[in-house]
Design a protein around this ligand. Structure first.
Ligand SMILES: Cc1cc2nc3c(=O)[nH]c(=O)nc-3n(C[C@H](O)[C@H](O)[C@H](O)COP(=O)(O)OP(=O)(O)OC[C@H]3O[C@@H](n4cnc5c(N)ncnc54)[C@H](O)[C@@H]3O)c2cc1C
Length: 375
């Protein structure tokens, strides 16, 4: 049985980013990533690649400012494009309540150095000329927010971890974890490995896996469906987010394809990757209400994946009760954009035992009160 300094369970953005930074910070580290299917097969490969700095707490905003920087360096770091593109995020307020939330958040975001402003409906129309501004009261707009392609980001991390001689165990789920002096992992194929430190970052599956070790983490997966259209000539830049109950969010990739989702009300709990007949006509209705010209774009395909929610909308990124065990999960629909910086800070924490930034908002034993206002 091979012994590692650190094993990571989960080959999504969180596991891959953490493995990448571990391999960069400590050269020669004996590192393993275990993934039950292929890299990106969980939530990460199902996400739509949005990256925004418009959050409502200083920690999240600071992390996202750092993430914009980290994503922008990836092309140079990996030697190929990850389709990083600063097309912005345009958040729409159709109610006074939402407008007030935007105003409060913008004050904080600007204090943190984010280039964001509150637009009138007329100004919003200049950003997306095809937008129907009926009933719109205001919009929060940050032109520096961005998008990137999840699979090339993961491919870049994989390439660099391979170069650092990290080991991958793919198509091989962890079926049991035993803690002696080290962690003993049993894999689906019957083989095993041993590691001094262990990181659980198995997205929606984390609650079950942590449960096998006697931990009870407040992680609640729910289903989110998404779709992508065929290519149409590029006609808008930002991720458009409609916060109404029957709203949606979508953006146009550099390639011209339009990719989008909506948050179901009521939400659909559980680890669900099945799709529904209702979703496509419903999303089409919501998207064309905002941008009628989208009616010309033909749907290419449709899929589903999970958001892993926590009670306060922030992730759990911390050491667990068991010595040398760490958890990074509960990304609440923001894991792709949070991933690089969370990975970087978690790598530092696992190697030194100290956080290099205040992560108390993400502590496992926090009160879980309050709520991130921008889902
Ligand atoms: C439709 C949709 C749209 C989204 N859009 C965005 C967006 O625009 N921006 C954004 O930031 N986020 C978005 N998200 C959320 C984002 O996808 C997640 O927050 C993020 O991918 C979580 O990453 P992760 O590494 O924690 O989990 P995952 O990507 O789920 O990775 C966990 C991995 O662990 C593996 N695993 C599980 N159990 C085991 C086991 N026992 N042994 C070994 N391996 C195991 C799984 O196979 C999986 O690959 C979206 C999500 C969905 C579903």
């Amino acid at each position: 049985m091979k012994t590692y300094d650190i094993a990571i369970i989960g080959g999504g953005i969180i596991g891959m980013a953490t493995a990448f930074y571990l391999s960069q910070i400590q050269k020669g580290l004996k590192l393993a990533v275990v993934e039950r299917k292929y890299i990106g097969s969980g939530s990460t490969g199902r996400c739509i690649g949005g990256i925004r700095q418009q959050f409502s707490t200083p920690t999240a905003i600071r992390l996202m400012r750092e993430n914009i920087q980290l994503f922008s360096q990836m092309e140079e770091e990996f030697g190929f494009t990850v389709e990083f593109h600063q097309g912005g995020y345009l958040l729409l307020a159709h109610s006074e309540e939402m407008k007030d939330i935007f105003k409060t958040n913008i004050r904080l975001q600007r204090e943190e150095g984010v280039n964001v402003s509150l637009l009138t409906p007329g100004e919003t129309k200049k950003v997306v000329p095809d937008l129907d501004i009926k009933d719109l009261l205001a919009a929060a707009y940050c032109p520096d927010d961005a998008q990137a392609f999840p699979f090339t980001v993961l491919k870049g991390y994989k390439k660099r971890i391979d170069e650092s001689k990290g080991d991958f165990y793919l198509y091989n789920a962890v079926t049991a974890i035993e803690k002696k002096k080290n962690f003993l992992l049993t894999l689906e194929d019957g083989a095993g490995l041993e590691a001094e430190k262990l990181l659980l970052c198995t997205g929606p599956w984390t609650r079950d896996l942590a449960g096998k070790m006697g931990l009870d983490l407040p992680l609640y997966p729910e289903r989110h469906e998404a779709t992508i259209t065929e290519r149409v000539p590029k006609f808008f830049e930002p991720m458009v987010v409609d916060y109404r109950k029957d709203g949606c969010y979508f953006h146009q990739l550099i390639s011209g394809q339009v990719i989008g989702c909506y948050t179901p009300v009521p939400y659909v709990p559980g680890i669900r990757e099945d799709t529904t007949f209702e979703f496509l006509p419903q999303l089409a209705k919501r998207m064309t209400r905002l941008v009628p010209n989208l009616g010309k774009a033909a749907i290419l395909r449709h899929w589903a994946g999970c958001y892993t929610m926590t009670p306060d909308g922030n992730p759990i990124v911390d050491a667990a009760e068991i010595e040398n065990l760490y958890v990074s999960a509960g990304m609440c629909g923001h894991g792709f954009m949070f991933g690089p910086a969370l990975g970087k800070h978690m790598a530092h924490f696992m190697l030194t035992g100290a956080w290099d930034m205040d992560f108390s908002e993400f502590a496992r034993n926090r009160a879980f009160k309050g709520k991130e206002t921008l889902k």
